[in-house]
Design a binder for this molecule. Structure first.
Ligand code: ADP
Ligand code: 5GP
Length: 200
């Protein structure tokens, strides 16, 4: 079976990174697509693990060389999904997980409508604020910017295929796993299994 292209978005601080880490730990068949970004690494982030951390000039060179499936400017920094043989990997049956913003996801949806587009919601805006503050990675200015953006960003979630509320990490991860199980059972993805023409 062709692999699944799984796209997860949600407002900053909702818990995308946390949920994706859990999914990846529990599903060895899923590969994480490491994005490139011009934002500075947070403490603990490693180049080539969370992101490829590039300078603006390097990022522009990657654009010019056609290395991205999509890219977007988010909160004043560039982020992009490297092509990185995604099509060949899907053909080989590898599932690929993209954790990208709404602009990027809608661009990928135009190119890859067969992908699975999942929008992660926080249980409330108050909880979203608590989570970003609790993460301790944003200065007051970038915190305000992320919160102000969240409401409009969440409305774009209406264009996705699935919505999951990240109330607890376990619930949200279990719901995403259920979505992926259902997707893998779709007739359209399993036409080859119907070939019983040889008969008895
Ligand atoms: P995102 O990748 O969407 O920006 P993170 O995964 O960095 O969000 O999560 C933001 C913060 O919220 C982190 O400190 C994380 O530990 C916490 N968090 C994530 N999911 C939950 C949850 N279900 N309940 C409580 N805290 C959570
Ligand atoms: P952060 O700086 O918190 O890691 O990410 C900020 C935003 O950029 C998040 O919404 C995240 O999903 C998004 N993002 C991360 N990688 C990519 C990417 O490759 N492309 C796009 N379009 N957005 C990305």
């Amino acid at each position: 079976m062709r692999g699944l292209l799984i796209v997860i978005s949600g407002a900053s601080g909702t818990g995308k990174g946390t949920i994706c880490k859990k999914l990846l730990a529990e599903s060895p068949g899923i590969a994480y697509s490491i994005s490139a970004t011009t934002r500075k690494p947070r403490p603990g982030e490693v180049d080539g693990r969370e992101y490829y951390f590039l300078s603006v000039d390097e990022f522009k060179a990657w654009i010019a060389e056609g290395k991205f499936l999509e890219y977007a400017e988010v909160y004043g920094n560039f982020y992009g999904t490297p092509l990185n043989k995604i099509e060949e990997r899907l053909k080989r049956g590898e599932d690929i997980l993209l954790e990208i913003d709404v602009q990027g996801a809608l661009n990928v949806k135009k190119k890859c409508p067969e992908g699975i587009y999942i929008f992660l919601l926080p249980p409330s805006l108050e909880e979203l604020k608590r989570r970003i503050e609790g993460r301790g990675t944003e200065n007051p200015e970038s915190l305000t910017r992320r919160l102000q953006n969240a409401v409009a960003e969440i409305q774009i979630g209406l264009q996705y295929d699935y919505v999951v509320v990240n109330d607890t990490i376990d619930n949200a991860a279990a719901q995403i796993e259920a979505i992926l199980t259902a997707e893998r059972c779709k007739v359209a993805r399993n036409a080859d299994k119907f070939n019983f023409e040889g008969g008895f």
